[in-house]
Design a protein around this ligand. Structure first.
Ligand SMILES: [Ca+2]
Length: 259
């Protein structure tokens, strides 16, 4: 997953270079070299009036007609999310280094079969976490408890496709694997991974932080044309036996994508 994230960041940097042309049009001239922009991932056309937000800073703004937007100061890892009618909700974990350079974000048109489960950022856990946690600096939202659960309809046609749960961004996962990958600075402990359940059956464990994690939903678990349920359960600090200490995490953008 880390490799995928690196490739994604490389793509982002290449995208920056290939888009580094100054475009003039209308009355104002926009310096595309130095602008953060939201574009259509397929056509590369600028997308105006997209909402870009940093929930940690309670910051949100809209792109202009050139797709450009300003980001305030960013410190440490934080989730940035982009919303635009007709497009899949998009999120990206950024930090000071990424925010210091122009960011070009390609977003994808939504498909009629996409189901958005949550388009905002939510916090799972108990609000008790170490400063060294991989998301500690980012947590702002109060915990809604150790579980997230939501029901939603899936169309009858979903059974003729492959279906995936897509987690836009996740931070704060402090598993042994996350620690060994350098995603946090915790020395003495680690946590069990968050678990994902679909209609009561466990379909995945999340070992690492990152963006756009895709989890296959086995078709035999799907109730087509009916209500289905996704549940995410926070992991637990495995070195704390005196009481239950849930591993605090934040998640942005959950959707079901059929392909
Ligand atoms: Ca905790």
């Amino acid at each position: 997953m880390k490799k995928a994230a690196l490739i994604f960041i490389m793509t982002l940097i290449l995208a920056l270079q290939s888009n580094a042309a100054t475009v003039s049009g209308g009355v104002s001239k926009v310096d595309m070299n130095n602008a953060n922009r939201v574009v259509d991932a397929v056509t590369n056309a600028p997308i105006g009036n997209a909402r870009v937000s940093l929930p940690k800073y309670n910051y949100s703004t809209y792109t202009d007609d050139y797709g450009t937007f300003n980001l305030g100061k960013v410190k440490g890892p934080t989730i940035m999310s982009v919303e635009k009618e007709g497009y899949r909700p998009f999120s990206l974990t950024i930090n000071d280094t990424i925010a210091a350079r122009p960011i070009v974000l390609g977003i994808q048109k939504s498909n009629i079969s996409d189901v958005v489960i949550a388009s905002d950022v939510f916090h799972l856990g108990d609000d008790n976490y170490s400063e060294a946690s991989s998301g500690a600096d980012t947590f702002r939202l109060r915990s809604s408890g150790p579980y997230f659960s939501k029901t939603f309809m899936l169309k009858p046609e979903s059974l003729s496709s492959n279906n995936y749960l897509v987690i836009g961004s996740i931070i704060g996962v402090d598993t042994l694997m996350a620690r060994s990958m350098g995603q946090n600075k915790i020395v003495n402990s680690y946590a069990s991974p968050p678990e994902i359940f679909f209609n009561g059956a466990k379909i995945a464990e999340i070992q690492l932080n990152g963006d756009n994690q895709k989890i296959r939903i086995p078709n035999n678990l799907i109730r087509s044309g009916q209500q289905n349920e996704i549940t995410i359960k926070a992991g637990r600090n495995l070195m704390q036996t005196a009481y239950v200490d849930y591993d605090d995490i934040e998640i942005a953008n959950l959707s079901i994508v059929s392909e």
